[in-house]
Design a protein around this ligand. Structure first.
Ligand SMILES: *Cc1c(COP(=O)(O)O)cnc(C)c1O
Length: 464
């Protein structure tokens, strides 16, 4: 009998020798991040999808080669390729979507999570991570709700949070629950109604960009049976906030429940200067919040906050191998009711590290600076004879168009910028049917000079 040969097992990320194995690999990763970004030298790689795909294909060659190239070569090649071909939200001219540049502290914290790989489906896979999550979710929920029962679930983002909000409402009111939302709502709201087998959600017209309480009042007067209203704090197209307090009044009058999708705008609660825009938010039965937007976290960092833990009871679930009744009775925390997922990354960890690093005042400064940059951009465009500004921003979204132009030329201009890799801007169609360019500012380092550069670039491109 011969012993199997020495297996050349690559080093692990955890354990006592983690630093010795990870540090040199991280050095390779950081170098390749730099060389890739330097090669791109722009917010987006030039050349469009065909060019980027061809470059990736050439760099990677065989995705599963017969013989491996080893850790350093694999990381150097792939990280360089990834960075060279990235849409980098750390570039101030990358401002299309609610796609934030993550803070270094959050990315570094996430590395620790990757190394240790805690999984939040049972305490014995995540002792400290689960305790951190429990503290963080309670603390964040308390930012939105006053009572001692306030609680929150970590999710993969606004889409999952909205799904959970509708699911919890369905469990309270049954399958006839009628979901109403503004036409300005995120697409995930009607989709969640579809997923959950609810009657098709009703989209109420929002010609001004926000949901008018009188419109909701009339719709609820006609609504048969139990209703859930979804309002939005931070619309995807224009960053507008529905009149939450007035909508909560209407809901109360009709005994309808209110859910607020504050995926984007909810973070304003951390800024003494801006939190007044969220008046009435605490009256919602549930609140969606994404810290991978105005929270500067790597994806994913979603939350669903509720005023009382008891509202989460429908998610309670048992699987003997994860939360046997006698284990729970003996004091092992039961985590299965904290998500519909089983294996689950501790996304709370990077958030906790970020909050500790920044503190309340540091977080507020980031939010205030980013909102101010959006205001500044709007002012520059408003004062410029070559542009039409749609409106001054409520949060950090600025809609505008060069003048004169038409919708086709505007859409083509956006694609030209993407193709050249010079700027990443979004697009939005307002209720009147007009198309606009959309700048969603989420970079807390953006300066007035960056904004001037963007405007000069657009000026040049729109006259080409
Ligand atoms: C971003 C966003 C969502 C979706 O969130 P994901 O994190 O992408 O799942 C939902 N609603 C609003 C208002 C959003 O801004």
């Amino acid at each position: 009998m011969t012993e199997p040969g020495p297996a050349p097992a690559p080093p692990l990320a955890g354990g006592l020798h983690a630093a010795r194995s990870l540090r040199p690999l991280l050095d390779t990763v950081l170098t390749a991040l730099h060389t890739g970004a330097a090669e791109r030298n722009a917010p987006l790689p030039a050349g469009g999808p065909a060019t980027v795909t061809a470059r990736v294909r050439t760099a990677l060659g065989d995705v599963l080669p017969t013989h491996g190239t080893g850790d350093h070569e694999a990381l150097a090649t792939l990280v360089h390729t990834l960075a060279a071909g990235a849409a980098d939200p750390a570039d101030p001219l990358c401002a299309a979507h609610l796609h934030c540049p993550p803070l270094a502290v959050a990315a570094a914290a996430d590395l620790a999570v990757s190394a240790l790989n805690p999984s939040l489906d049972s305490w014995d896979q995540a002792p400290a991570a689960s305790a951190i999550e429990a503290l963080l979710t309670r603390a964040l929920a308390a930012e939105f709700y006053d009572g001692p029962g306030a609680d929150a679930l970590l999710t993969t983002g606004g889409t999952e949070s909205n799904q959970l909000a509708l699911l919890l409402a369905r469990e309270r009111h049954g399958p006839r629950l009628h979901v109403l939302h503004g036409a300005n709502a995120h697409h995930s709201v009607p989709r969640a109604a579809w997923l959950l087998g609810l009657p098709p959600a009703t989209a109420l017209p929002t010609p001004t960009g926000t949901l008018d309480p009188a419109t909701l009042d009339a719709a609820l007067a006609d609504a048969p049976g139990p209703a859930l209203v979804t309002a939005t704090a931070g619309t995807t197209d224009a960053g507008l906030i529905d009149p939450l307090d007035a909508l909560a009044d209407v809901c109360e009058r009709h005994r309808a429940e209110l859910h607020v999708d504050a995926a984007y705008g909810g973070a304003l609660a951390f800024s003494p200067r801006h939190r007044g825009k969220l008046t009435g938010l605490h009256r919602a039965r549930s609140i969606t919040l994404d810290l991978h937007k105005l929270g500067w976290q790597p994806v994913a960092a979603g939350l669903l906050a509720v005023p009382d833990t008891a509202l989460l009871a429908p998610l309670a679930h048992q699987a003997d191998y994860l939360n046997a009744a006698d284990d729970t009775e003996a004091g092992l925390p039961d985590l299965l009711g904290r998500s519909l997922r089983t294996t689950r990354r501790p996304d709370a960890f990077k958030i906790a590290a970020t909050l500790r690093s920044l503190g309340r005042d540091g977080l507020a400064r980031l939010i205030d600076h980013t909102c101010a940059a959006a205001h500044r951009l709007a002012e520059i465009l408003d004062a410029h004879p070559g542009f039409e500004l749609h409106a001054h921003p409520t949060i950090t979204t600025v809609l505008f168009r060069p003048t004169p132009t038409d919708d086709d030329r505007l859409a083509a201009l956006r694609r030209t910028l993407l193709h050249d890799g010079t700027a990443v801007l979004g697009r939005a169609t307002t209720a009147d049917g007009r198309l606009w360019l959309k700048a969603t500012l989420l970079n807390p380092h953006t300066t007035t000079r960056d904004l001037d550069t963007l405007v000069a670039l657009l000026e040049g491109s729109s006259h080409r």
